[in-house]
Design a binder for this molecule. Structure first.
Ligand code: TYD
Ligand code: MG
Length: 479
């Protein structure tokens, strides 16, 4: 007889406790713990029932093996036509892997996976199974037609029952299986309706075992809301091999596919796509796409180079500084930037950059719906704010690199050379960088080195002083 015991799982962070509490002890969220019945297999001494999650197919032996004697010839990855997708997956789809594709409703998850299905069959695959629990076969077919992905190798199934889905994957043995979405799938033997923490967790764990046993890679779609409120992706992150998030503003065309976790590759990579009339297109040169959206040089814009994984990206930052209504505290709004970081930079600008902002509203926006998390963009953001406050544009063709410290010092950033090369490749002619950066000078790029925010501001906004004389005075080296 299987015994069952009860645990409580947080719908937000996936943390698990044995007792119910009003507040999750891991992430401190309130009212997120939900009851979860765990069925225990009676035969715990049987090694098969305990075979680990990471075990490879067929290796049922639980005896330890020397690490040198594991055969290294892993099955080849399935490479897709889109380099952007391969990059995020760490070089293609790994056989037997379970990949979660999360994102807000309507961002384009189903579209992306239909493209992937089509690319697998076009590349010589025989079958891809697309299980949809959200849409009818007709709806999925209409999307496929719109994408130009009508191919007899793509098998559609509108199904939500986990047993049926697992049986079909096992019997059809496709090159790739897609379950859209995990929130619609339910196992009749588990308590809770589809989409509940218990169902989502149990279904994902079953599909994980199935993927490992059969070697069929399985992609799961998971919806998240802005608050991460729906039980699902957060809980699933612990179970699956790879977590990809599709981000982007639905009203804009750029979409970023970001690896958050990857057991088979870097978890830093992003892939860039654009949503168009006929579905998604890959964007192999995102800097160009990002800059093509840039407005004409105006006071308050600055271009920075951030590293997304191994790839430098040129991104335009805009800010607007406006006199605040004296009846209210000044407003600070940041789009694509961490607001706390913006507050810190405003304080540094005030104290170290002769840019008083206490009576001003400040709005910051990153073009293209990108989120910047790298401190290397600090100086660029600070100068964009300083420029708008002074109503002076930055010099044409300038990129800015540098992290800002609380003392107003400009800190060096990693991979300066690669960033500068990217800037030069896109026709930039000047770069403001931290002094002492050990880097080569790409041809055609004038390098201005600065030690502090004050130096940078003096160099770029010389006011009434003749710029050449002032640059020398401020100790700025121009090379
Ligand atoms: P979808 O893949 O259904 O989103 P998700 O599965 O993440 O909920 O994509 C939905 C949006 O994409 C929808 O608003 C319309 C847009 N779209 C296009 O602009 N062009 C297209 O060719 C397709 C298929 C969708
Ligand atoms: Mg969908």
């Amino acid at each position: 007889m299987p015994r069952s015991s009860v645990t409580f799982v947080c719908g937000q962070c996936g943390g698990e406790t044995l007792r119910w509490a009003g507040q999750c002890p891991y992430c401190q969220a309130w009212n997120t713990l939900q009851e979860f019945v765990v069925k225990k297999e009676p035969g715990r001494r049987k090694p098969e029932s305990r075979s680990g999650r990471g075990a490879t197919s067929g290796s049922s032996s639980a005896a330890p093996v020397p690490v040198t004697q594991i055969s290294a010839d892993s099955a080849p990855r399935l490479r897709l036509a889109w380099g952007e997708l391969n990059r995020v997956l760490g070089g293609g789809i790994v056989p037997g892997s379970l990949v979660l594709v999360g994102g807000e409703p309507g961002v384009g998850k189903s579209t992306l996976l239909m493209h992937a299905a089509h690319q697998v069959v076009s590349a010589g695959g025989t079958k891809v199974l697309y299980v949809s629990g959200e849409e009818s076969n007709q709806q999925v077919q209409m999307r496929a037609a719109r994408l130009g992905a009508l191919d007899g190798g793509i098998l559609l199934m509108a199904e939500t029952d986990l047993d049926t889905i697992c049986d079909t994957i096992a019997s059809e043995a496709p090159q790739l299986a897609i379950v859209d979405s995990i929130q619609t799938v339910a196992d009749g033997a588990v308590t809770g309706s589809a989409g509940s923490v218990s169902q989502v967790r149990e279904s994902a764990a079953r599909l994980m075992r199935l993927a490992k046993e059969t070697g069929v890679p399985i992609f799961l779609v998971g919806h998240v809301t802005k608050e991460g409120a729906i039980a699902g992706p957060r809980v699933l992150e612990h179970i699956v091999d790879t977590v990809l998030y599709l981000e982007g503003d639905r009203r804009q065309e750029l979409r970023l596919l970001r690896a958050m976790k990857n057991r088979f590759g870097s978890a830093e990579e992003i892939g860039v796509f654009a949503m168009a009339e006929h579905g998604l297109e890959e964007v192999p040169d995102p800097s160009a796409a990002m800059l093509s959206q840039a407005g004409t040089a105006s006071a308050g814009t600055a271009v920075v180079v951030v590293m997304e994984g191994t790839r430098p990206l040129l991104i335009e930052i805009q800010s607007l500084v406006n006199k605040a209504n004296t009846n209210f505290p000044p407003r600070r709004v940041a789009n694509g930037f961490d607001l706390n970081r913006v507050h810190m930079l405003l304080a540094v600008l005030d104290r170290r950059g002769k840019t008083p902002l206490g009576q001003h509203d400040v709005f910051v926006n990153v073009a293209g719906g990108i989120r910047i998390t790298e401190p290397a963009a600090d100086l660029g953001l600070a100068l964009s704010i300083a420029g708008n406050q002074r109503n002076q544009p930055l010099p044409e063709g300038l990129v800015v690199l540098g992290e800002l410290g609380l003392a107003g010092e400009v800190r060096r950033v990693g991979q300066t050379e690669r960033r500068l090369q990217e800037a030069a490749r896109h026709g930039f002619t000047r770069a403001l960088i931290p002094s002492g950066s050990r880097t080569g000078r790409p041809a055609g790029l004038e390098i201005i080195e600065v030690r502090t925010l004050a130096e940078a501001i003096s160099a770029l906004f010389p006011n009434h002083i003749h710029s050449g004389a002032f640059i020398e005075e401020a100790g700025v080296t121009v090379s």
